[in-house]
Design a protein around this ligand. Structure first.
Ligand code: FAD
Length: 277
């Protein structure tokens, strides 16, 4: 339904867009875009602040107290509110009784190369953001200063990878042989909140405490859609909230212990199927 905005490319078509021997074909989508997520976050923080929101960094919430006037408790203070919304994705251990076993961390690594100069134009002349369609995918784009930013190779142990460069360098060199030996200047890894059926989770923990989480590695757009739905819900319009709240989600018993091993086993199974195809 996207008309000319989506174009099917064959092998030669891909070769005109990416200097890579890897792809048999591609869908080129001119409707979507890629962005700098930290700048998005900073811009949104500024916008919220300009509207009167108060933001407290480095203030881990240790507990949520439920009641007619709920409160969040930190090491040095406590904030009471009419409504509380928990949007910590997979990074917190709050509300275990209701949320344990619903969302699991998958650690994703990202690296950026040194600035590539003219090589950037050669490997990706149209400055496209690219991802492949495997179960555990590679994804990449160029940064404003023409580095290759490359992510992939998630691990499902729930622990940070010890050798992000070692895991991703072979993927970069397989994708772009022209980048063999390219210096890697930055690397980091962080957790994605994986939900078994890949549908974001939202709900109420009590009358005036809400939660929203679980974008399974695709949260940049989705978390904004869910943010609007939650804002509507907190101000009394529940139509869209109710639609999502009705989705059935798998809850893994003893999720703390079994969640990540089961996730790892499932991902391994689907990766094997992919290799055999
Ligand atoms: C390596 C990687 C690559 C990704 N690539 C993409 C991509 O290409 N496209 C895409 O759409 N999505 C991508 N994602 C997913 C996307 O980043 C997430 O889905 C999105 O950031 C989730 O937003 P969120 O606001 O729910 O949670 P988060 O961004 O995780 O924010 C949660 C916040 O809550 C805070 N917090 C947690 N616990 C507490 C506590 N107890 N007290 C106070 N604060 C707390 C955390 O510090 C954090 O700031 C990627 C994720 C990773 C890890």
């Amino acid at each position: 339904g996207m008309g000319d905005q989506v174009q099917l490319l064959d092998r030669e078509g891909v070769a005109r867009h990416l200097q890579s021997p890897l792809y048999l074909g591609a869908l080129k989508n001119l409707r979507n875009l890629h962005l700098h997520p930290l700048n998005l976050c900073l811009g949104e923080a500024r916008a919220a602040h300009s509207l009167g929101a108060l933001i407290f960094e480095n203030s881990e919430v240790l507990d949520i107290v439920h009641g007619p006037r709920p409160a969040v408790v930190t090491a040095h203070g406590r904030v009471e509110a009419r409504q509380v919304m928990l949007a910590g994705d997979v990074y917190h251990k709050l509300e275990k009784r209701q949320l344990k076993g619903k969302i699991f961390p998958a650690m994703g690594g990202i690296v950026t190369t040194a600035p590539l100069g003219e090589l950037a134009e050669q490997i990706n002349p149209q400055d496209l953001a690219v991802y492949d369609c495997r179960f555990v995918l590679d994804y990449y784009r160029l940064t404003a200063d023409k580095r290759l930013l490359f992510g992939g190779g998630a691990n499902y142990s729930g622990k940070d990878s010890r050798d992000i460069e070692g895991e991703l360098r072979p993927c970069i060199e397989r994708t772009f042989p022209a980048l063999k030996g390219v210096p890697i200047e930055f690397k980091w890894s962080c957790a994605m909140g994986i939900v078994v059926n890949r549908i974001p989770q939202l709900g109420k923990l009590s009358d005036n405490v809400w939660y929203c989480q679980g974008y399974s590695g695709h949260g940049i757009a989705t978390s904004h859609i869910m943010g609007e739905i939650m804002a509507e819900a907190l101000t009394g319009t529940l139509e869209k909230f109710d639609t999502f709240a009705q989705c059935k989600h798998v809850r893994v018993p003893m999720g703390d212990l079994l969640g990540n091993p089961l996730l790892a086993a499932g991902m391994w199974y689907y990766q094997m199927l992919e290799r055999l195809r």
